[in-house]
Ligand binder design. Structure first.
Ligand SMILES: Cc1ncc(COP(=O)(O)O)c(C=O)c1O
Length: 400
């Protein structure tokens, strides 16, 4: 079965994980620090904080930026729940602005038009890896004194232009913080894992503290227990200075992350090749729209996490479920990514959101289908997907 996404684990990955598992320290320790340094260097950012998943990274981004009750956080409806839930975790109000019909990312014009004065942050998502218009999003948000948090869970290794120069996502400067996911379907994996990346010293230090119960062992940060007979600060001594969480990642997961990072560029190149083959194969198919980059010059600098097409199921005269079942019976497992978040029952009940809030995202949802994309796919696998998708969406085939 070809799944829509799948981890790519080599014998070398396994060797590096096993090496850590045989060592004395297996939870957050020296390998986590090594992974953080290597990742920060790769994206070109000052700090990287490794966490148990990207949901926690988004949650911490809100906390360290001081987003909370009374703040609105605007994101794209075409995303995974976590991009919006992070606002609700801290008592802020998640809100949604419609997407651009071509990039399927947050539309900067709609963001400007619908701006509300209580907006404290914008969470910009790079759907499927295709970059959101960060320059315009940052212009709107920063022009209104709001922060920009970049949800780059789909876009590790991608780049965008800033002032004419190509800059890695995570260091282009249009975002205050950038978040990456290392879930198994993502472009690189730690099993589960996430990274919060920033150039801001204060955000990074706070995130590290909150990742482990708001504790510190750094003598320079100590404020004391304020009880003279209990204030002996021996080697055991630690202080809890804020209400934190356990969002730690293990060293053996970070060993996997380091190993995956070392061949990330190669893996992204393979993804790009598969995307090019699909685009070519589906270019003349009447009911299929292939993904389009708004800035075509980013073609060789985009890190594709998903290959998502739009299929006009209505004109085709077939339901999406039928198409998915036919593909599945021939070994091709597809997925629908995403149900617009504002339509989820909890969002409707809690914030009164509903249909027609984001019509472009809702129309996109009717037609979206993600096909298998991962580096280990062989040419034969790619051809199997193409043949089956063309067969099931071909009118001649339907008539026959
Ligand atoms: C756009 C987006 N944001 C956030 C997340 C959350 O990532 P994680 O599963 O690592 O918590 C995901 C994961 O699917 C995602 O796709």
């Amino acid at each position: 079965m070809l799944f829509y996404g799948r981890q790519d684990i080599t014998e070398e990955d396994i060797r590096q994980v096993a090496e850590v598992l045989r060592s004395d320290l297996i939870t957050t320790g020296p390998v986590t620090e090594e992974f953080e340094s290597a990742f920060a260097a790769y994206v070109g950012a000052k700090h990287a904080v490794a966490l148990c998943n990207a949901t926690s990274a988004l949650h911490l981004a809100m906390l360290v930026a001081g987003i909370g009750k009374g703040d609105r956080v605007v994101t794209s409806p075409n995303t995974f729940l976590a991009s919006a839930n992070c606002a609700a975790y801290v008592g802020a109000t998640p809100d949604f602005v419609d997407i651009d019909p071509i990039s399927h990312n947050l539309c900067p014009q709609a963001l400007a038009r619908e701006w509300k004065p209580d907006t404290g942050a914008v969470v910009a998502v790079h759907y499927a890896g295709g970059p959101a218009d960060m320059e315009k999003i940052a212009e709107v948000a920063r022009g209104n004194n709001a922060l920009v948090i970049e949800d780059a869970c789909h876009a590790v290794g991608g780049s965008i232009y800033k002032d004419g120069a190509l800059r890695k996502i995570g260091s282009h400067g249009y975002a205050d913080m950038t978040v990456f996911s290392f879930h198994p379907v993502k472009t690189m994996t730690c099993g589960e894992g996430g990274m919060l990346v920033t150039d801001n010293d204060d955000y990074a230090a706070k995130a590290k503290q909150l990742r482990t119960h708001g504790m510190t062992r750094n003598p320079e940060d100590m404020v004391g227990l304020n009880l003279s007979d209990l204030d002996e600060r021996g080697p055991w001594y630690y202080e809890m200075q804020s209400l934190g969480y356990n969002m730690r990642i293990t060293d053996f997961q970070c060993a996997l992350g380091l190993s995956q990072l070392s061949r990330l560029d190669q893996s992204i190149r393979r993804r790009r090749e598969i995307v090019a083959t699909y685009n070519q194969a589906f270019s003349a198919a009447p009911f299929i729209k292939t993904p389009v980059l708004k800035d075509i010059s980013l073609q060789d600098h985009t890190s594709w996490h998903l290959y998502t097409v739009q299929i006009d199921f209505e004109t085709l005269g077939l339901t999406r479920t039928h198409v998915m079942e036919r593909l599945h019976s021939n070994g091709v497992a597809t997925q629908v990514l995403y149900i617009p978040v504002h339509l989820q029952p909890w969002y409707r009940q809690t914030y009164g959101y509903g249909q027609n809030k984001c019509p472009v995202a809702e129309q996109n949802y009717r037609q979206t289908l993600s096909l298998p994309l991962y580096p280990a796919m062989s040419e034969g696998d790619v051809q199997l997907v193409i043949d089956n998708v063309l067969a099931v969406t071909s009118v001649y085939d339907q008539v026959a």
